[in-house]
Design a protein around this ligand. Structure first.
Ligand SMILES: [Ca+2]
Length: 191
């Protein structure tokens, strides 16, 4: 009897866990709603070529020493050629960045968000984590995350990002669920 009950409990828990994983993450709008300028704020720390950034946790630690950089135009920084600077920074390698600002949704509903990064990332929109890669990788799609947008307006955005060696990229795709997911236009971002 005990075994059966344990088995049933496990089955119920598994079902609950599945339901939780499948539910879209509910985003929290910015309160108060901002009236932002175009672009996204960014802070950088560069380690040069001698001291490598291994992973996300090291990048986040380094960001306590970050300095403001030229704002980003959005999240459309396609994969570089080797040796090209990371976004608006002055170096190509071993760079950590903290990106902050807002993302606008024009209508409530269920959306899909998908970050692309080279290398690692931890991305938050409306208080929910929508992408995470702790190590190094080429420029590729990260998790595709379903989110629930309760009302039209601006949602806080925060991204921790790092580039180790080789090429670098930081981009985002988005779209309403059931429609095409496409590259996110720069004009939905603000700072
Ligand atoms: Ca890289």
């Amino acid at each position: 009897m005990k075994l059966i009950r344990t088995g049933m409990t496990a089955a119920v828990l598994a079902i609950l866990a599945g339901a939780c994983l499948a539910a879209p993450l509910k985003l929290q709008p910015a309160n108060p709603q901002p009236n932002p300028k175009a672009g996204l704020n960014v802070k950088y720390v560069g380690q040069g070529t001698q001291r490598k950034i291994r992973d996300l946790s090291q990048a986040k630690q380094l960001l306590s020493k970050a300095q403001p950089g030229q704002p980003l135009r959005g999240l459309d920084y396609a994969d570089t050629n080797k040796g090209e600077d990371v976004m608006t920074f002055t170096d190509p390698y071993n760079v950590a960045a903290e990106v902050t600002g807002y993302m606008r949704f024009d209508a409530p509903g269920i959306y899909e968000l998908e970050t692309w990064s080279n290398d690692g990332i931890e991305a938050w929109v409306g208080g929910q984590q929508i992408g995470r890669v702790t190590g190094i990788q080429g420029c590729e799609a990260n998790q595709r995350t379903e989110v629930e947008v309760p009302k039209a307006g601006w949602y806080p955005l925060k991204i921790y990002y790092f580039q180790k060696l080789g090429t670098s990229c930081l981009m985002m795709k988005s779209g309403k669920k059931g429609e095409r997911i496409t590259w996110t236009p720069n004009n939905v971002f603000g700072r």
